[in-house]
Design a protein around this ligand. Sequence first.
Ligand code: AMP
Length: 243
Amino acid sequence: ARIILIGAPGVGKGTQSERLLARFPQLVSISSGDLLRENVRRRTPLGLEAEAAMQSGNLVPDSMILNLISDDMKSKGWLLPPRTSSVQPTASSSSSSLADTSSSHSIDSSASFILDGFPRTATQAATLDSLVPVNFVVHLITPPSVILARIASRWVHEPSGRVYNTDFHPPKVPGKDDVTGEPLTQREDDSLETWKQRLRKFEETSKSLLEHYDRQRCLFRAEGNSSDEISPKLFAEVERRFC
Ligand code: AMP
């Protein structure tokens, strides 16, 4: 299965992705947001460049995301070398990224994956199409008012990415991670203003993305007021299609 999760900020893409991984062990996930946050945390050049856009609730440039995803796919051994190339590879051939449209990379089609938060734009989707066709695109749908109430109570353990919710998945000790006991923090981009901007961006960019996948007839709408309501629908559909 090659799965994409699309949804408004805070709809629970990360949660559904985690649950799918636990239920279907053959899957591996890549989260563009997690990769970016990891780069910001480590103060890498890419992280420093991405930080302002992320904090203001805007998207980072396509080229940056495509580089990030291609590096991660390469490290997982999924990105196959260009099929035809007149250019001899050199030791410094860092040009072989997804952003480099002149390359003819492809993804190992036996890879079974979930992409969480990527692609987010029509350009990213077209690039992915040229590498490997996805076969299950999930649009996670929860009313924005419900999401808003939920993200106000979202707390994370940054080093591990573990997510808690003070309403329905509270940490055992308030403010502390269950496993390490370290302090929990709230995502900077979960603040009300930033979330609203992220939602605006999502509404602006997702329409063409969803139409793109609707045309390919692989779009599935998973609707509910909570992750618990959505998960069973998602599991059933993955089982129906792939198991
Ligand atoms: P997320 O965790 O998926 O909500 O992503 C957090 C932030 O990272 C977003 O608000 C964007 O600024 C950035 N981001 C993540 N994925 C992408 C992407 N595919 N394209 C552009 N920006 C992205």
